[in-house]
Design a protein around this ligand. Sequence first.
Ligand code: BGC
Length: 780
Amino acid sequence: MKTILFPVLIAAASLLAGCAPRTGSQTPRGSTPDIEARVAALLQAMTLEEKVGQMVQVTLDVLTEGKDSLSSYEPVVLDQEQLDRAFVTYQIGSVLNTANNRARDVHEWNRMITRIQEAALAGSRLNIPVLYGLDMIHGASYVDGATFFPQQIGLAATWNPSLAEIAGEITAYETRAAGVAWTFSPVLDLGVDPRWPRQWETFGEDPYLAAIFGQHLVRGLEGPSNDLSDKYRIASCLKHFLGYSQTLSGKDRTPAWIPENKLREYHLPPFAAGIEAGAMTVMLNSGEINGLPVHADSYLITDLLKGELGFTGMVLTDWQDIEYLHSRHRIAGSRKEAVRLSVNAGVDMSMVPYHFEFADHLIELVREGAVPMQRIDDAVTRILRVKHLIGLFDTPYTLAADYPEFASARFAEAAFKTASESITLLKNQASVLPLPKDAHILVGGPAANLMRPLNGGWSYSWQGELVDEFAGDHHTVYEAIRELSDHPSRVVLYEGVRFEGTGDYREEAVDDLDRFRQLAGQSDYIVLAVGENSYCEFEGNTTDLALSRNQQELITLAAATGKPVILVLVQGRPRIIREVEPLVKGILNAYLPGNYGGEALAAILFGKVNPSGKLPFTYPRYPHSLEPYYIKHTEQLTVAGIPESTAFNPQFPFGFGLSYSGFELSDLQIDQDTYLPGDVITGSIQVRNLSDIPGKEVVQLYVSDHYASITPPVKRLRAFEKVHLQPGQTRRVGFEIPVNSLGFVNRDNARVVEEGLFTLSSGNLSVDFRVEKTKVIRSK
Ligand code: BGC
């Protein structure tokens, strides 16, 4: 028997225990004395205009020939006059995004980045390079030919953080091939509300899981020592600080009401973990919390992020968000007032992104004494620190020729493996899966033969509508099933319902359903790839979480043929399937698995890969029951005989996922039955593969605090490990859980661990222990 420890868990657990990262030395965390000296010298030499220029970020369309700053002519040509305006007149510090919202190949990127960098250096009296940033979200998503991984929700569903690290490493490599050294990733918002259209961009609903995955993705992007000048690594950006995901309406960028203890208990730990992992840039939440837009909230930005968490990197706004303080949020009477509010609150760089007006306003505000020079110096110091850390002063750009592994077979294999480990088997009645390789299969549903739904947003464009144009060489679900079948001619495509057009993700068309019935009659199995077409941000807002009516009717019709139906859910958030679930024999949740998702699905359908994904969120059964698993005890009361009254009765629980193997947990042990704050609970559990095939199981350890001074949640995930077991193999898995990580943020917003009885559980096993003393781990 082998003992495995949980090395990564301990570090994150200490974060959850509320230890704020500090260096204790004079040198800001993540920097060096040399860099600090160079930054200070530059700052000393800079004029106010030069300093303010560094704080400006514009979008690429502003710098190109085109009819306005919102779009560019194709082929894209950089406009010398605009370059001069940006880099000579305004001396701006940063550029983002692609032109015309469209992916480019590495050579086009290299040409553009080189020329922009040269223009910046030529325009800058002090040779300050420009910092270029792109949303490289599940791979180098704006680079034609790059390797696309599952979206973050799929990464989390692997419960294998090392895969997130590899995904980050490959994303960094391919981003550098394009000449860019900064990505706006990872998203560390908690996916607590399935209505929210950005749930797929998150690592799911659990703060601990999100913290661990965030740390690994940052490490993959930045490298284990955060040496951002390494030409194979890039800078990450933790977003969107803080509390973005939990709006009252479930719609993007609408008001949130989150008490501070909840903000600290659930939303903060992933960001604390990302900062601990060395991330040096943070993007803000575009929304408001308790009536105050985060972009104007000096408590969150300056006191909490820069002060308490000790963040020494730079804080970036989200798209146009300073302007929106005036035009949308209406807390600033003018755009200039909006600049004053946000810069004074602690914003370092403004993603303006369509003009240079921010600079004009800010210069005026400083001259008027409305924004202190000290604040400008702090912002510019942070920006220059990041530019130095990235090594831009020495290597202003990189070139594709130095990145021969771009789009290599090795990278594709990693993306395939990640997709394979993410896909989650939710139902397998009478072991309908895996399918025989000689079966006659009808493949239907709107996601059956498109690459767009497999990838989702942030894929070649913001909304993902160009995916089929760029990813045509990859295999759709249908193509991949056909490819792997022993008799490709027995695999037939007939969608029944189709996603239409390149725009609105909701558009659907219904085919001739008699033809569908006829083809079903000739098949042994029906595989239906259903779910959502791609969308991003507010364009994905929804008023109905149910799977679309057309798709539910198709499932009903397919089931009525009497042939076994297998649902493949291709979706960014869990669409409600309560009424059709009983009609089908098998269900696979694919999330948004990326360009290798079709192949991964086919491999699982035919048993070439044994599924091992687990839900990183609670899959809801009812549209009015959307609670994450860490409910309070009052949320699980039942009125006898009325199932709908059961407040917590999800379709599938958090952490759920089947395998073609069976596993058995036994002998859960811990080293003591009483502990003190500061102690570490050391324990182990045995897990056995009962099947005759190799398989992977995720050991999940939850802790429940029986009584607490504010109502305790029913349970919280405190440790996990994915283990690979050979047929019949048994392994003992070790774990360590710091007692301080079992604390909570109380009414005074202090983190406290309280004495009393606790239960540690995994599957059906549990063991009780006591904590002997109450201790404040971090007072506010
Ligand atoms: C999104 C960010 C993104 C930014 C830059 C915004 O609309 O909220 O997540 O990084 O645009 O493209």
